[in-house]
Ligand binder design. Structure first.
Ligand code: TYD
Ligand code: ZN
Length: 408
């Protein structure tokens, strides 16, 4: 038995994905013979507060360090997305404000804050991984390399003053101590300030069986119901929600100090929708477990049938998500020749756990395979538009969300 990170009730995992390595722990050459860190990836749903969470999580220092390989600005679509996110904040929450101040938690390489910098708005990024923080600093983005908590919030207030907006994208769901973050944000925000964050959405994961969103970094998968409850405990009220297409289905949550702003009708609409989907019911997660097992056997069968026909398969996009897929399904170098990825520091490494080689995109374009397993399925449109010559040469995509399918 474990305890819910939000309300301390007893929780039990409803399934296990088995032994998992660090999702973004791509192994440098020479280190694949060393002992790798594994933990048991098992999700649970708290039926008291509605929070979906993984039970065991590796120590944050093992996951986010000075050579953390995640760079946000690798996708053109994401660059556009963060421009639109910034425009939304400026037009809907900063209008009429005198020199607003924005803080972003997990600002990565500055993909969001560069828009605020360009608009001449005071900003501060918090990014614990030094290597990506340095990339942001090189672009002139004011960045602190620390984990956010109440003490850091107080330091920021002393040094820079209170914030008009605290933002985060694909970061809040990484932080196990949600109480410390909520308290810190509450202290950091002005009385008319807003907390706006977005993360992969539980409703989409259940609906699309996109179980690869479940990995070490994602300690929580949020819903409007669970966010309202978790932040409500700290005087932050959920005032609006906006579904997003990013990461295969995300939700943007807007919170404000309680009773400081009107609550949009979209909040109760979304919570009703979650009830109708059965997100509060244990049987939903039993079905999800079966759906994951079906997806796994269909994907393995598809790959093994193609290999039996002598086809060449490579992976496309060495995503963190792919670590859950490859390790849960048992997909290794015997199935997939290599995984193509455009991130320079992933080149020449090996995938966590299964040790599939990662190669630069030139390996793909210079010797097109017959099949490509699209691990970066959340960028499907951008990638398929860009890889027309693969298709013209008879190449076919294998996808597994929302179902296992070969796209012809
Ligand atoms: P991302 O979508 O952030 O997924 P995750 O959060 O699961 O890591 O990662 C996308 C990965 O795919 C990243 O390593 C870069 C790579 N990529 C390509 O190789 N080519 C592309 O065209 C795109 C869009 C991404
Ligand atoms: Zn709970």
């Amino acid at each position: 038995m474990s305890s819910c990170r939000v309300c301390n009730s007893k929780i039990l995992p409803f399934m296990s994905f088995g032994r998992m390595p660090i999702a973004n722990g791509f192994l440098p050459p020479g280190s694949i013979d060393l002992e790798e860190y594994f933990f048991e990836l098992a999700p649970a749903f708290c039926d008291v507060c509605g929070m979906f969470q993984i039970v065991e999580q590796p120590n944050p220092e093992i996951m986010f360090h000075d050579h953390y390989a995640f760079h946000s600005s690798t996708s053109q679509f994401m660059i556009k997305h963060f421009k639109a996110f910034s425009d939304f904040v400026i037009s809907d929450y900063f209008s009429g404000k005198n020199s607003p101040f924005v803080v972003e938690l997990g600002s990565n390489d500055g993909i969001m804050l560069s828009n605020f910098k360009q608009a001449g708005i005071d900003h501060l990024g918090i990014e614990p991984s030094e290597n990506v923080a340095d990339i942001a600093r090189a672009k002139g983005i004011n960045t602190i390399s620390k984990f956010f908590d109440e003490a850091l919030a107080d330091n920021i207030v002393t040094q820079y003053g209170k914030a008009d907006a605290v933002l985060s994208a694909n970061v809040m769901c990484h932080i196990p101590n949600i109480h410390s973050v909520a308290k810190g944000v509450r202290r950091l925000l002005k009385s008319d300030g807003v907390l706006i964050f977005e993360d992969p959405y539980l409703g989409d994961v259940i609906d699309k069986v996109s179980y690869d969103q479940i990995y070490d970094e994602h300690v929580f998968l949020f819903s409007a119901t669970s966010v309202r409850r978790a932040f409500g405990d700290h005087g932050l009220e959920l005032i609006d929600v906006f579904p997003q297409a990013t990461h295969g289905g995300s939700m943007r949550y807007v919170l404000a100090p309680v009773r400081s702003r009107q609550v949009s009708k979209r909040v109760s609409f979304q919570i009703d929708k979650e009830m109708a989907q059965g997100l509060h019911l244990p049987k939903t997660y039993q079905k999800f477990r079966k759906d994951c097992e079906t997806s796994r056997s269909n994907l393995l069968k598809t790959i093994e049938d193609l290999l039996a026909q002598g086809k060449r398969i490579v992976g496309y996009g060495a995503t963190s998500k792919s670590t859950t897929i490859t390790n849960y399904c048992g997909i290794g170098p015997q199935h997939i020749e290599y995984i193509s990825d455009t991130t320079p520091i992933k080149k020449g490494t090996y995938s966590p756990g299964m040790h599939i080689p990662i190669r630069a995109h030139e390996s793909f374009s210079e010797n097109l395979p017959e099949y490509a397993l699209l691990f970066a399925w959340n960028h499907a449109q951008e990638i398929m538009e860009k890889e027309l010559s693969f298709k013209e040469n008879g190449g076919k995509w294998i996808i597994y969300v929302p179902r296992v399918e070969v796209i012809v």
